[in-house]
Design a protein around this ligand. Structure first.
Ligand code: AMP
Ligand code: MG
Length: 697
């Protein structure tokens, strides 16, 4: 039996007061099985958690937080007189920490604790460049106090973990402990939560310490660092609980005293097994009667046929994670979120000189020029004092103290000073952090087909891999005794198989995996064997030829008997009945044999249907109204597609409408679509033109 009903992972955050260098003050929470939630700050997070825990009344809930629940041994006793995390340390901090979105006293508090100890330390790291804190050294090496261990026992086993004495700097966790434990103390009291590993987890709510980076190396495929990690850890907790290994992982924390433990340390294999992406079940095959038309339907208009087709098909492929380099042409399976902002930090848009705007004014400005410079990839580490200027190059992160840049062409410069004419617009020539995309923001929705430019965006946002749908496997086979391979020297009563290479290339162009099933004569047993093979190897099968009701039309005969065939008579030229069937649950599109008709039917019907089978939208081609450079009169009753291309006077159509004229396909760059009703088109009249690009070719 599982220990909990609900599993939640929280990725906490230290604070947001680190000057101009942005730090996405993001707290991410994920409930196993749900989407990650972005919470702006600790106050919002505390409210969210309280509301969620209240809503979970009656359920057993396990909440993981990614910061230490205790300090190296002896510290709690020093602070509170008892070596106890909960009633001692947590409540001691809760009573003293002041926290608001823009201000908190963590550095002062740490300095005050240091002051009560011999020497310098153990807390160190000051996130405020221009404000020294009494008794809080900026550098770890400046410390002399060695009363407590640098790390907890568990941290020696968790490679890459940080010491909780370090309060600032990338990856540090010290501030999160000071600011997070008071929140936990309040939530614990409110919900009677039991805290691992200090207490038996015998109430409705349990808090456990997690560290998502513990197995980060095993999972380089995380699409979104923080959101992806909380999702992975929440789901891993649920998986461990479901497969009975969570108890073992929790047992590894026994005996850790007031220091606490990290879930998964000492049980790495269990956690790793649980974090391995669970095989997602493939969606069920399509329903047997999905292509059925209502009784009494004779000729179906194209739009109605498309609507029926869209309703009939559904996604048949599963999900996989691929590197962003391999993702172009693939269909996004889950919303993709920016892993970091673009740009990640405010930077300079030009080569010039940077300074604080509020120290400048109208008229001539002469500022002392600091030594050194800020360049792209080579940040200027110090703060620029108000009233001074610094050489700064395009793409360089704005140093602390710089918010405005003046173009070098607008300056006169000596070794010691830079002069320019004021006033300068505040923040001139700078780019704001996240002005393009903000970390955590969604950039692609499920169903989006990724293009080359999308690979650039993914890379820029640090998204190195993407969940996509597996490639749809599209089988192509040709039927007809008359067909031979183009390589053979054939007598005139033989036809070279033109459809198969065409349809295979179309499937490839659409981003699918084209599977060449070959050619079969008008032989029922051979066709059946090939369809069996196709159903085993493919997600959808395109056949051409033999789909009418003629003597040799074995495709339709066989599919009618064994594949639930529906012959859709669509009011369309060129085209013949479109045969739709399911062979062992795999959809079969029986396209006309005539290459022109096969091409048009593949564009109009097979493409959108395959896209939907592949997890993308049932795409409608983009059409353009352009003047006709031809004349044509058509009768009502069916829609017509003419091979067409743009000329100097508008869209031209191929000289012959003969559907055997394959050269017209090569001559054309698109199709002109004439409406279902009657039409009389004169030169210059607007007509609908659909370039082949609109069909992904
Ligand atoms: P069917 O639909 O089998 O009656 O074929 C209609 C016309 O298309 C006939 O002239 C066939 O020879 C021709 N055809 C069928 N399949 C192909 C193919 N794969 N390549 C070229 N022509 C074909
Ligand atoms: Mg035939």
């Amino acid at each position: 039996m599982s220990l909990f009903d609900t599993h939640i992972a929280v990725d906490w955050s230290g604070g947001n007061d680190r000057g101009t260098k942005p730090k996405a003050d993001a707290i991410w929470v994920c409930v196993a099985g749900e989407e990650p939630v972005y919470l702006r700050n600790r106050q919002v997070a505390e409210d969210w958690l309280a509301a969620r825990l209240a809503a979970e009344v009656g359920n057993r809930v396990c909440v993981g937080f990614d910061f230490p629940f205790g300090y190296p041994s002896g510290f709690a006793k020093h602070l509170t007189g008892v070596e106890d995390a909960l009633g001692g340390l947590w409540e001691w901090l809760e009573a003293r920490v002041q926290d608001a979105p823009n201000a908190n006293n963590r550095f002062d508090l740490a300095g005050a604790i240091n002051a009560g100890l011999d020497g310098v330390g153990p807390f160190w790291g000051n996130g405020r460049p221009n404000h020294d804190v009494d008794h809080l050294p900026r550098k770890g090496l400046a410390r002399t106090n060695a009363q407590f261990a640098e790390k907890r026992a568990v941290e020696h086993l968790a490679k890459g973990s940080f010491s909780c004495w370090q309060l600032s700097g990338a990856g540090s966790v010290g501030s999160q402990v000071i600011m997070g434990l008071p929140v936990l103390a309040r939530l614990r009291r409110k919900f009677g939560a039991k805290v691992w590993p200090f207490e038996a987890l015998d109430s409705g709510v349990a808090f456990v310490e997690i560290w998502p980076s513990l197995l980060a190396k095993s999972f380089p495929g995380d699409a979104i660092k923080d959101a992806g990690q909380v999702r992975a850890v929440a789901n891993a907790m649920a998986v461990m609980d479901a497969n009975g290994t969570l108890g073992q992982a929790l047992a590894a924390g026994e005996g850790s005293g007031a220091e606490g433990w990290i879930l998964g340390v000492g049980a790495e294999q269990i956690l790793e097994d649980a974090m391995r992406p669970q095989e997602l079940p493939r969606p069920p095959k399509m329903r047997d009667d999905c292509f059925a038309l209502p009784a009494g339907v004779d000729w179906t208009p194209v739009d109605e046929a498309l609507a029926r087709l869209e309703a009939a098909v559904s996604r048949v492929v599963g999900v996989e994670q691929v590197a962003h380099m391999q993702a172009v042409g693939r269909v996004v399976a889950e919303p993709v979120v920016a892993r970091r902002s673009n740009p990640p930090a405010p930077n300079s848009a030009v080569d010039g000189y940077g300074f604080a705007h509020d120290a400048t004014g109208e008229g001539d400005q002469v500022l002392p020029l600091l030594a050194g410079r800020a360049a792209a990839g080579a940040a200027y580490e110090d703060a620029v004092p108000r009233g001074a200027a610094l050489r700064i190059l395009t793409g360089a992160v704005l140093p602390e103290g710089v918010d405005t840049v003046v173009l070098e062409e607008d300056c006169s410069v000596t070794d010691t000073h830079v002069a320019f004419r004021g006033p300068v617009r505040p923040r001139a020539n700078t780019r704001k952090a996240g002005e393009d995309v903000v970390a955590g923001g969604q950039v692609f929705d499920s169903g989006h087909v990724l293009r080359a430019q999308d690979a650039a965006l993914l890379a820029a946002l640090g998204v190195d891999s993407v969940p996509v749908f597996e490639r749809l496997r599209v089988g192509v086979l040709s039927t007809g005794d008359e067909l031979v391979e183009p390589a053979q020297d054939a007598p005139p009563d033989r036809t070279y198989d033109a459809n198969r290479p065409m349809l295979l290339q179309m499937a490839t162009a659409w981003g699918f995996e084209a599977v060449d099933l070959g050619h079969v004569g008008d032989d029922r047993a051979a066709l059946k064997a090939l369809l069996d093979e196709g159903a085993a190897r493919c997600d959808v099968i395109l056949t051409s030829g033999g789909a009418s009701a003629g003597d040799e039309d074995h495709v339709s005969a066989l599919l009618r008997e064994q594949g639930n065939l529906q012959a859709w008579r669509i009011a369309l030229k060129p085209g013949r009945p479109l045969a739709l069937a399911l062979w062992q649950g795999v959809p079969v599109f029986g396209l006309p044999g005539n290459p022109v008709a096969a091409f048009v039917c593949a564009l109009v019907f097979a493409r959108p249907a395959c896209l939907k089978l592949a997890g993308a939208a049932f795409a409608e081609p983009q059409a353009f109204m352009v003047p006709a450079a031809f004349e044509k009169r058509k009768k009502p009753g069916r829609r017509e597609y003419l091979r067409a291309r743009m000329g100097p006077d508008g869209v031209e159509v191929f000289a012959s409408e003969g559907s055997g004229r394959i050269s017209g396909l090569s001559w054309s760059d698109g199709l002109v679509e004439l409406p279902d009703g009657a039409a009389e088109i004169g030169r210059g009249d607007p007509v609908r033109y659909l370039p082949y690009g609109s069909f992904g070719l």
